[in-house]
Design a protein around this ligand. Structure first.
Ligand SMILES: Nc1ncnc2c1ncn2[C@@H]1O[C@H](COP(=O)(O)OP(=O)(O)O)[C@@H](O)[C@H]1O
Ligand SMILES: [Mg+2]
Length: 262
């Protein structure tokens, strides 16, 4: 971990209710610069609610959080982005029919002015898109090709590269590997490790403990809206993490089977 490991996100006792449903029951965690912090948990644990709250989609019922040392309240995803919190959602990251360049800039295209007229600077945009992808080892021959022609792993990498290029401090990745095969997964995980070396804080959401353990510096396990703790890599083994997640599931299944008496 780099010398500068200041906290980039500090979450204090975050609670989120949806009517009678308690999605988050008081979650606290800290993500530092240069750290991949894995958020693990089964379906319904509250992972999506937590990151949607951090990225301005939801407002917390109670509790608060700070970004890079400053207390923030976000009333929109745009505000979160402006504060340096960028979220890459698994499905919504890209528009398949648009070019790689258009997807890379997505409304933030560089503009060149001729008198009163403004044009998108296509050459510059294409060059940036190609260069940024090259930095991560993905050779794009034609940045004008539709993003849908890239592999799933490459598309995730475009989405991550875009967030990094536009100055994200905290990168939230929601299940970036869940729809990918082995080779594609390894491409994305390698890139996530690389991003962390630039001093970003990464929140990596997954329910695949192996993927988490391959990149994680620390791990927070969520269970029904509560954290079961945060563990540094040196403090926990892969199989212990696995047990922490699976053990509860088995217990729940057993409980269901017995009519909720366990
Ligand atoms: N918009 C919503 N309205 C009502 N309940 C919700 C909403 N979003 C999530 N929940 C509930 O909150 C709990 C946590 O969900 P979620 O954060 O999606 O978990 P995860 O992403 O870990 O699968 C679940 O019980 C879910 O049904
Ligand atoms: Mg979810």
């Amino acid at each position: 971990m780099p010398a500068d490991n200041r906290p980039l996100i500090e979450v204090h006792n975050l609670v989120k209710h949806f009517g009678p449903v308690v999605a988050l029951a008081g979650v606290s965690l800290t993500v530092r610069a240069g750290e991949v912090h894995c958020l693990l948990g089964d379906n319904g644990a509250g992972k999506s609610t937590l990151i949607k709250t951090l990225s301005g989609v939801y407002q917390p019922t109670t509790g608060d959080f700070a970004v890079d040392g400053e207390a923030v309240t976000f009333s929109s995803p745009r505000q979160a982005l402006d504060s340096g919190v960028a979220t890459v959602y698994q499905d919504l990251a890209m528009i398949p029919l648009l070019s790689i360049t258009r997807n890379f800039f997505m409304g933030r295209e560089p503009v060149r002015k001729f008198g009163p007229l403004a044009f998108m600077d296509q050459k510059f945009a294409d060059r940036v898109a190609r260069d940024e992808m090259k930095k991560i080892g993905i050779d794009i021959r034609d940045p004008q090709q539709a993003v849908g022609t890239l592999s799933g792993g490459e598309r995730q990498c475009v989405a991550i590269a875009r967030a990094v290029y536009f100055g994200a401090k905290v990168l939230i990745l929601d299940e970036p590997t869940s729809a990918l095969g082995v080779a594609q997964t390894s491409m994305v995980l390698k890139y996530v490790r690389q991003v962390r070396q630039r001093g970003l804080g990464v929140i990596f959401i997954t329910h695949n403990v192996r993927h988490a353990y391959a990149v994680g510096d620390s791990f927070t396990v969520l269970n029904r809206g509560r954290t079961m703790g945060t563990f540094r890599r040196s403090e926990i083994q892969l199989d212990e993490l696995q047990t922490m997640m699976a053990g509860d599931k088995e217990l729940q299944e057993l409980s269901d089977e017995l009519g909720g008496t366990v």
